[in-house]
Design a protein around this ligand. Structure first.
Ligand SMILES: Nc1ncnc2c1ncn2[C@@H]1O[C@H](COP(=O)(O)OP(=O)(O)OP(=O)(O)O)[C@@H](O)[C@H]1O
Length: 252
């Protein structure tokens, strides 16, 4: 379980995260929602231990993330960042194998098990034939799926996903979130597509100006009032098997 308690993060001119408190129960998929600039990426970076909270704390199981040695944190959490780029001359398999680095005693000591895990992860994201393709030749969507394969290969206790469906066509968006949910890895995912969040997330947390303004099951949280207040959009919401389906109206 991930527990975020009273977390704030500031820069000299502004309070970017303001007393954030919520939990991600073990094995669940929680969607982190909110408009551009609401604080989603910053919160994921605080949770990953890349930024130190100014107040409050983040606990993963019984450990406080800020106290975990970097290598231990890297073993327990995988962060799929929004813009994962590299200039290195790597193949897709090399990138996926990077997920094993925190488990290895020395760099470049991949075992047969590491290779088997990496190849299986590439299969899982529908890129079985891409192991030896150069990273630079992959499309945006293929790169995104290779990064997810890297995260799976890491076998983390917590998966942190920042806009994981960026660049993906609708089929692969659905497949990615289905894979994540089926993996049963405790996951916090920043998502912009509210209908996808409603379809796949157990609960959603909505940030606005760095504060949690709503949290709970998608049907409870995603109301027309919230969409208007937080996103400034006019929408109709219908119920499909207990999940909300949002139809947007063009701005008048
Ligand atoms: N180091 C920093 N210095 C100043 N402002 C920052 C810094 N880091 C983040 N911010 C600001 O904090 C706010 C939250 O940024 P963040 O990237 O967390 O938002 P987000 O919800 O992920 O947005 P998006 O949906 O556009 O990716 C933004 O207004 C951003 O400009």
């Amino acid at each position: 379980m991930l527990e975020i308690t009273d977390v704030s993060w500031t820069v000299p001119a502004a309070r970017i995260l303001d007393n954030i408190t919520f939990t991600v129960p073990a094995n669940s998929l929680v969607g982190l929602l909110g408009p551009n600039g609401s604080g989603k990426t910053t919160l994921l970076r605080v949770v990953a231990g890349l930024l130190r909270p100014r107040t409050g704390q983040v606990a993963l199981g019984d450990a406080t993330v800020a106290d975990l040695p970097r290598r231990v944190a890297a073993r327990r959490m995988a962060l799929l960042a929004q813009y994962a780029e590299t200039d290195l001359d790597l193949t897709a398999l090399d990138v996926v194998l990077l997920g094993r680095t925190p488990h290895q005693r020395s760099r470049w000591s991949d075992t047969d098990t590491d290779h088997a895990l990496a190849l299986a992860a590439l299969d899982r994201v529908d890129l079985g034939g891409f192991a030896h393709r150069k990273w630079q030749t992959l499309s945006g969507g293929e790169r995104q799926r290779v990064q997810l394969a890297r995260a799976f290969t890491q076998e983390p206790e917590l998966l942190l996903l920042d806009e994981p469906t960026n660049h993906l066509d609708i089929g692969h968006q659905l497949q990615l979130l289905h894979l994540v949910r089926r993996s049963q890895v405790t996951t916090l995912a920043a998502l912009h597509d509210l209908n996808l969040a409603a379809m796949f997330c157990d609960t959603v947390v909505v940030l606005h100006h760095g504060q949690v303004v709503a949290a709970g099951p998608p049907f409870t949280v995603l109301t027309t009032d919230l969409l208007e207040d937080v996103y400034g959009v006019d929408a109709d919401i219908t119920n499909h098997d207990g999940r909300p389906v949002i139809t947007y109206r063009p701005p008048s």
